[in-house]
Ligand binder design. Sequence first.
Ligand SMILES: [Zn+2]
Ligand SMILES: [Zn+2]
Length: 140
Amino acid sequence: MQNIGDKFLKHKLDNEINDIYTEIENAQMRKANLLLDMGIMTYEKIRKSIIIDDSFDNICDEILEIDKLIYNNNLKIKSLEESSKELVCECGNVLNLENNFCPSCGKKIEVEEEYLIECTRCNALNEDDSIYCGCCGAKL
Ligand SMILES: [Zn+2]
Ligand SMILES: [Zn+2]
């Protein structure tokens, strides 16, 4: 039969073990964050050719693919949002996309065409006044 003293001791030990587990978890989390920081710093240095080591190539290629996916999805959102926007004439009249002239004031409707330049590194399309690629960060 267990006496109360034993139960108390067991409870105290369980608490102590839990505290140690928590400390280990916190340490692992801090380590993971530091490794993440180190990864970001390393990636920057690889891109600037400060670190030249082709054993990183596969990881870098994967990161580039992920960057492209994020970039292209952001572009998709942007164009979806723009296509839902109303076209409004200077006179305040709301236009249909197929109108060439404003039915209210007769003004010719010019839809601005955006010129895009392609990144030589990742082939993402960027606005023509961009200096760096919005997708991969390469100089355009
Ligand atoms: Zn008008
Ligand atoms: Zn790029």
